[in-house]
Design a protein around this ligand. Sequence first.
Ligand code: SF4
Length: 337
Amino acid sequence: MTNKVLVEANQLKMYFPIKSGIIKRTVGHVKAVDDVSLKVYEGESLGIVGESGSGKSTLGRMLLRLLEPTSGEVFFDGDNLSALPKRQVRPYRRDMQMVFQDPYASLNPRMSIGDLLEEPMLVHQTVRDRGERRRKAEELLEIVGLPMQSYNKYPHEFSGGQRQRVGIARALSTNPRFIIGDEPVSALDVSIQSQVLNLMKDLQKQFHLTYVFIAHDLSVVKHISDRVAVMYLGRVVEIARKKDMYHKPLHPYSEALIGAVPSTDVTKKRKRVVLEGELPSPASPPKGCAFRTRCPHAHARCKEERPEMVEVNPEHFAACHLYTNEDGSLKRGVGVV
Ligand code: SF4
């Protein structure tokens, strides 16, 4: 990981309109992502975690401009992609790829593995020569640990784990710098998950990749991330280096998520915080702090004022009134590690 910012989200919002009646009038909005700003440093792996409905996949798609944000900006290597017409974003697409959650749905069943791997090279015109494309596809198969004969086979002839290896090879086929893994192992058997995660870790080193790794499972993110961001109802509520997040979470929601991860160290007992209630609807999030309906520390201020993200400890940010005074300054004693 370097100090160079490769990808930056600036106040990203994605509001989906709720339509009603015969004339489909807009009666409200689902705030899937609500004012998210974050930086991804070159060479790092940033884990993004949250329950389903927290907005993490929508955020991932906006970072790749697969979804147009309602407002906000995305920068890639210093260039403002949001200011560019779609046509001009195309050259950036080869640098930014995605590995999808469902290796069954994301691969066209009528295309051979060879065609699936060569298609992005054709679309982005990264390899124009046919023979060269085939050589590269075979090389990719080897890199992801699949036999060369896979080239002429079809997706249905492979297991889930093997299909996800094809998905990873396809993402690598344009020599990207940045890959988003959108729950890339959650559809796989637990026994296969660590093999795919280890492969992704090795590839990151080998090809100097930068990752955003989206998951609902903190134990998966722990395996692969350098930093972790926790999302709740469309907002990032905490972001920190992995060790700080797992050993000293600041936000009550992160604390609850981490408390639910089984510890492999029997000498360390984790404080369990039981989350009460369901995730509220993003169409009508609670006023003030969106987590207040489930938070064991909720108090009067939480009902009135939405907490802003503050740097509580070095490189450890949280959005929670437990750490700030009403004027926004850090509380006495907070900020000492
Ligand atoms: Fe809990 Fe209040 Fe902090 Fe929200 S701001 S997490 S309700 S203590």
